[in-house]
Design a protein around this ligand. Sequence first.
Ligand code: PMP
Length: 441
Amino acid sequence: MQVATEMNRDLLEIVRALELRFTEDNPLSHARHQRSRRVLPGGNTRQTLYYSPFPLTVVRGQGGHVIDLDGHVYLNLVGDYAAGVYGHSCAPIHEAIHTCLTNGLSLSGVNNPEVEFAELIKARIPSLEQLRFCNSGSEACLLAALLARHATNRPALLVFKGCYHGGFMIYGDSPQPLSAPFEIVQATYNDVAGTREVLRAHAASIAAILVEPVMSAGGCIPATPEFLSMLREETRTLGITLVFDEVMTSRLGPGGVQGEIGITPDLTTLGKFWGGGFAFGAFGGAESLMRHFDVGAGGALSHGGTFNNNIVAMTAGLVGARDVYTPAVCRGLNRRGDALRLELNELGHRTGIAFQATGLGAVLNSHWRAGRISSPADVEPTNSLLRRLFQLDMLLRGYYVAQRGMITLALSTTDEDLRGYVLAVADFLRTYEDVLPRRSP
Ligand code: PMP
């Protein structure tokens, strides 16, 4: 205990020194943050983007790199929290946007790309017989939950502690004032027996289970196939709608994670990379459920949204998915992510430091502990001293990484970039070995 406390004190001192260096190195971002705080609460408008001591202001992106206000160039491994599959300068997408500009914005009607895009998504994601577009993953999750409640005539949702279903649907241990006030039943991710018990006990009131096939913001923890199979079997028997939130995970295989593991949910939500860099959300599933949105045919759900089919997101998204992130390219990128994860884990083993990377494909999260990580209880807080140390050190080396430890690869990330990153992590482990936790012998 004594040793741990001393280590923490050393760690705190190191973090403070790095924060000082970071502040001195980034006077313009610092000033910009102070100014921003006067008009945007907390100095930002997307909480995820805040980290201590202040977030860098990013002014430009080129290829796989971002450039900040003070002129530093970083390899972007944040990848817009998994949305940035295409990098910053994807030529086919840029051309598609130019076509939109030539043809005019705010078209005020149904358009061509939305049909083609919906057909393409339907052809890729197994559960999607029909879908609807919206403007964010958060909206998609909210609409899927509301649809399930309407279709089943039941009030409650079963969610897993640590799963994130957008800004309006975070259900943790404490009440979240911004989360939609649904009746919530909670269970533990990857706990097959416990979840089955909770499900059966509350079945009569549960409209839907919402689950991420890989818990993403919660630390990149893949669900086990047994866990997802159990959810599929039980929901079928109990008349509960199974919703896969694939807002983040749909980039991990051509048909999302559901396509990889062969488990088809009733509803699926999408977002992020599908918009080709623009605001995007989609949800859909079995025609028997989605027909509630067919108002002309007697459906009761009149779903609107000025920008649901906005021409830029529809066109950029279609071109990106059709011409750039093809199934083969998708598999290639995720294979590279798997290889990187193995290399990082190898580093942890070789150095004896309790460091590991979890995740699936090209979405990874680092953790400062050894042993199996299967639920959020195994994950340290996103702003722990170790996480802050790692992020600050990587930023100072030119690697743009998230404080929570998540990195995502883009198509613009080269093998050389990744070799450089592995070397940087190895050097980090060497430099700070005295204050990093060790694996037990
Ligand atoms: N669900 C999951 C699994 C997500 O990762 C996110 C975004 N991080 C959302 C929903 C919400 O998507 P958006 O930020 O587009 O509202």
